[in-house]
Design a protein around this ligand. Structure first.
Ligand SMILES: Cc1cc2nc3c(=O)[nH]c(=O)nc-3n(C[C@H](O)[C@H](O)[C@H](O)COP(=O)(O)O)c2cc1C
Ligand code: SF4
Ligand code: SF4
Length: 271
């Protein structure tokens, strides 16, 4: 049974989940969504196809939506989707996945929210360490049963609460997309010009012409740049100042970077 799992991850939650499933399911291959888009690898043929994405504004991340719309699926695989999040069950994530798949005559067979830790720092500070540990423990338990359900190819649906207002909020967010990154600031007094923010950005939205990040108005607000900066030089307006940066404990910063053939900065990565 060949399984292909597509993931999108800024702070490691979705990558952790994709890796967990890769280990639990035999013959599973992981594919990064930003890389699939850049490389134009948008055809898939497998017995099982999975999508592991973060929940963004109660719906699909912008890049995930663009990716799903372009993906070409051969045959009729068993398809599952997982939304990693801070607060599950609200929004239209799975309805949106279903809509895109149905245009291709495909069906979403199984859908799960997986509660981990919210990385949406502009809204609130990162959860405390003990809360992170409890959520990780609960998530692992749920993942074991999800893996078994996928092996058995079970059908699974989930709650999707307050769809109408959530859809409106999601739509308003999408309409702001070109202005999203106007709120980012780099403290040049702190910045060490390590280039990590440039290398994590899944949309190539950051350039560092003078060593400091300059945002190019193609942001999807994944917040990867803000969380990865080792010296916390990046803030999103005033709200994120002093708030704790987050990364899943089992995912290293280098695993979240886009692949570049040259100028590897891994020796400068924080552990
Ligand atoms: C722009 C943005 C919007 C978000 N919106 C929601 C949301 O509506 N509900 C929620 O529970 N979590 C929300 N989150 C938190 C992420 O879904 C959550 O932290 C996710 O697991 C991050 O996955 P990653 O580490 O793989 O990027 C949001 C995060 C971002 C960056
Ligand atoms: S600029 Fe930052 S928040 Fe925007 S897409 Fe790139 S890494 Fe994500
Ligand atoms: S990650 Fe931080 S320190 Fe490194 S270049 Fe970007 S802003 Fe500067």
């Amino acid at each position: 049974m060949k399984t292909i799992i597509y993931y999108l991850s800024a702070t490691g939650n979705s990558l952790y989940v994709a890796r967990f499933l890769q280990a639990a399911l035999q013959d599973a291959e992981l594919r990064s969504v930003p890389e699939a888009l850049v490389e134009g690898c948008l055809d898939v043929k497998a017995d099982v196809v999975g999508f592991v994405f973060p929940l963004h504004y109660m719906g699909l991340p912008l890049q995930a939506e663009a990716f799903l719309a372009r993906l070409s699926v051969t045959g009729s695989p068993y398809i599952f989707a997982i939304a990693t999040c801070g607060v599950p069950y609200f929004g239209t994530f799975f309805e949106d996945v279903e809509k895109i798949l149905s245009r291709k005559d495909l069906r979403l067979d199984a859908a799960w929210y997986l509660r981990l830790v919210s990385n949406y720092l502009p809204l609130r500070d990162t959860a405390t360490d003990w809360r992170i540990r409890i959520r990780a423990w609960l998530a692992e338990r749920k993942l074991k049963s999800i893996a078994q359900a996928i092996k058995d190819r079970r059908l699974h649906s989930t709650w999707q609460l307050l769809q109408k207002p959530c859809r409106r909020l999601h739509q308003e967010w999408k309409e702001r997309q070109q202005r999203i990154d106007e709120n980012f600031r780099c403290d040049t007094g702190k910045c060490t010009s390590c280039g990590l923010c440039e290398r994590i950005c899944p949309t190539r939205n950051i350039l560092c012409p003078d060593g400091y990040p300059v945002w190019q108005h193609r942001c999807t607000e994944c917040l990867g740049c803000l969380h990865i900066c080792p010296v916390e030089a990046i803030d999103y307006g005033e709200k994120t100042k002093g708030r704790k940066r987050y990364r899943h404990k089992d995912v290293a910063p280098k695993d979240l970077l886009r692949h570049f053939p040259e100028s590897d900065t891994s020796e400068r990565l924080p552990s």
